[in-house]
Design a protein. Structure first.
Length: 327
């Protein structure tokens, strides 16, 4: 598979005159064409900050610190704002925001959103050609084209979110980053959005998808692989089956064990708990960031910074005492 995205030791901090928060602190991962990568973790672990940072546009007080983001072999951290807006955002990387109601102005018809998006990148394209393109996209994905003549408030939550998915990908981006796009939807609407995203990857409307969520069961439905984040770092990366059923990092294991699924016997399952709270990212942390809460803690977990190590092909963990393979 062709590698589309390669991130190496990427850091982005929130900085003010008085303090610094290490929200994204040394992330490395790869994304291949056709792959759907899920990013999971509890609230405050840095998932959304990481997704924002992938645009290489850093809204204050968020600041780029170091690291590389290679997209098609080009380190986009070296590009200026104008270059990113013109050649990266839209045709290369696109974002599906969390709340469709906040993303869509309720006083503007859907067709005008589509026209504005395409005009930013193709100013010479006529309105008629844009509308024709959008209608073809709606019809190819079995969605009603009369949505284009409606205002956002006239649509249901699920239809609004699916419309936002189409608008966000109208330029056929290589990589789409969806930041919890199903969090405000009911179960049936969640399923519709997930199926739409999977179809778009299959049809190569987008080449790859990064799906960020704290709703773990959703990852079973959509992802090929999962990266687990904790306190600004990725602590484990692997296939869906490995992470869900055979996690090696103690935090990933507890996180996945807390997932309620419909299989037989799960109703009586005792959900695990972890004492303590995540570390304060305003201060430098030596050693494992999960050490104070880890049931597998040993003295050497605090002695040096922990790097990602490869356990098996495609499986990486940030732990010097990883859990054994479960039988």
């Amino acid at each position: 598979m062709k590698e589309l995205l390669s991130i190496r030791n990427f850091k982005a901090y929130y900085q003010t005159s008085s303090e610094e928060v290490r929200a994204v602190d040394g992330i490395s991962l790869d994304l291949n064409e056709g792959e759907i990568l899920g990013i999971a973790g509890e609230s405050g672990c840095g998932k959304s900050t990481f997704s924002i940072s992938l645009s290489c546009l850093f809204p204050p007080p968020l600041k780029y610190i170091s690291g590389e983001i290679f997209l098609d072999g080009i380190d986009i951290t070296k590009l200026n704002t104008q270059e990113i807006r013109k050649s990266i955002l839209g045709p290369k990387i696109s974002f599906i925001p969390q709340s469709s109601m906040n993303a869509l102005n309720p006083t503007i018809r859907i067709r005008n959103f589509a026209i504005d998006i395409v005009k930013q990148h193709e100013p010479k394209t006529t309105r008629e050609n844009i509308i024709h393109r959008v209608i073809e996209r709606f019809e190819s994905l079995s969605l009603p084209k009369d949505v284009l003549n409606r205002y956002p408030f006239e649509l249901s939550g699920g239809m609004r979110q699916r419309t936002l998915v189409i608008l966000s990908t109208i330029m056929n981006p290589e990589i789409v980053i969806a930041d919890e796009p199903t969090s405000a939807l009911d179960v049936s609407s969640q399923r519709e959005v997930i199926e739409l995203l999977k179809i778009m990857v299959k049809k190569k409307i987008m080449k790859s998808l990064i799906f960020i969520t704290h709703e773990l069961p959703i990852l079973r439905q959509i992802a090929d692989g999962i990266a687990v984040m904790y306190a600004g770092q990725i602590v484990e990366i692997g296939s869906v089956s490995d992470i869900l059923f055979n996690a090696h990092h103690p935090y990933a294991d507890v996180l996945m064990s807390s997932m309620i699924v419909p299989e037989k016997g799960m109703r009586e399952k005792n959900l695990p708990s972890v004492s303590g709270t995540p570390p304060d990212l305003r201060h430098a942390i030596k050693g494992c960031r999960f050490a104070d809460r880890c049931p597998e803690f040993k003295k050497d977990c605090r002695e040096k910074d922990i790097e990602m190590v490869e356990l098996t092909k495609g499986s990486f963990v940030r732990c010097i005492h990883p859990l054994r393979t479960k039988k």
